[in-house]
Write a protein that binds this ligand. Structure first.
Ligand SMILES: Cc1ncc(COP(=O)(O)O)c(C=O)c1O
Length: 370
């Protein structure tokens, strides 16, 4: 008997980057010898200020937190120059994405997204009976960057939501403010979602200010990356109050607990941690780019402004799954493009930028493949 709705008959789930323990056990490699380059986490761990605040907040763990995450909303609003009623907090940005799909698109209606893109967009759309439209034609195969004109052409009167990811995932490429504005202005009848999960690694402030200019735009951010709080689960969106009000109505009421509240508020004051992380990632990005020059069967796809990049396999006799498995045997975890991103075939892998020693391991392991 199948009780779930028909769209959930053979559900497809998100494929996360593999954990260290799994690889250590399967290949008998010591965890210290493993490079985890498939989940774009922070090499320095959590913000120390957030850790201290979470430890203190344990004392209030028996109390329900504000259902709108009010103290955090206030802090986010103050930090970015908005009002608290323009902020929606989620258990990770992922939850905010789920709420957006539910609130701004009816079953059977269309959601436009780049192809390839962060898979959560289409997985949640399908699970909720909405129709994801992946604009594969808008991805340039040489740079893997998005062709903005082609993406704008893909917007139709039937489009209800338009996703834009900047820096993009999986390519890491960066879009100019003028191009983002062009997309937003081409879809006045839809909700445009600007996902800035990796914005810190661009080295600039990003485009969160655009939510002041457009009543049909929501800008999303996460605490999982530069703040190092992927395991705490915290993300947020900034938009016009009417958009936030709709999202509050579909939000599971107490989605943010006391520990998340405290950690998020403290992390926003931890400039030192963010700056150290960003400086390291930008340094390592240049470093690994130079190291790739020595490889002749693999190409680092240029242009990443993020903490990951695409590797293209130039040797036609090997595929991404084979390379993925070969790297695992050598203690290096990455993402197999053919498994992790719809529309990326057997030619690509996505690898994190991390400390130089891990970049050395990645390059050495690629060079060592048969
Ligand atoms: C493009 C993009 N957006 C959003 C997220 C969601 O992050 P979280 O749910 O951890 O806040 C991720 C995580 O990998 C991502 O790659």
């Amino acid at each position: 008997m199948h009780l779930a709705h028909p769209g959930l008959k053979n559900p497809e789930y998100y494929v996360p980057g593999l954990p260290v323990d799994h690889v250590a056990q399967r290949y008998g490699i010591s965890p210290a010898e493993i490079s985890k380059l498939g989940s774009a986490e922070n090499p320095y761990g959590a913000s120390p200020k957030a850790k201290a605040a979470v430890a203190e907040a344990i004392e209030s763990m028996h109390l329900y937190a504000s259902w709108t995450a009010e103290p955090l909303r206030q802090k986010i609003a103050d930090t970015y120059g908005y009002e608290p009623n323009q902020v929606i907090c989620g258990s990770g940005e992922t939850e905010v994405i789920a709420l957006i799909i539910r609130a701004f698109c009816e079953p059977g209606e269309e959601i436009l997204m780049p192809g390839p893109c962060f898979p959560i967009y289409h997985l949640f759309a399908e699970a909720e009976g909405r129709v994801p439209v992946l604009a594969h034609q808008a991805t340039d195969r040489g740079t893997m960057a998005m062709d903005v004109d082609a993406y704008i052409d893909a917007i139709t009167p039937a489009t209800r939501i338009v996703f834009v990811t900047n820096p993009h995932s999986p390519s890491g490429t960066w879009m100019s403010e003028a191009d983002v504005r062009r997309i937003v202005e081409a879809a006045p009848h839809a909700l445009v979602v600007l996902d800035e999960a990796y914005v810190h690694y661009s080295g600039g402030p990003g485009y969160i200010h655009l939510a002041h200019d457009y009543p049909h735009l929501i800008v999303l951010r996460t605490f999982s990356k530069a703040f190092g709080l992927a395991g705490l689960r915290l993300g947020f969106g900034i938009a016009a109050p009417s958009i936030v009000d709709a999202l509050l109505a579909v939000k599971p009421t107490w989605n943010i607990g006391q520990l998340q509240l405290a950690g998020g508020i403290a992390a926003l004051d931890d400039d030192e941690h963010v700056e150290r992380t960003v400086a390291t990632i930008i340094d390592s990005r240049g470093y690994v780019q130079d190291r790739f020059e020595a490889l002749d069967r693999f190409r680092m796809v240029p242009g990443s402004a993020s903490n990951f990049f695409l590797v293209e396999i130039l040797d036609p006799d090997i595929g991404s799954t084979q390379v993925f498995e070969g790297l695992l045997e050598r203690g290096v975890i990455v993402k197999d493009g053919s498994v992790s991103f719809r529309g990326l075939d057997q030619r690509f892998l996505r690898c994190d930028v991390n400390l130089r020693e891990h970049m050395d391991r990645l390059v050495a392991a690629l060079a060592d493949l048969p």
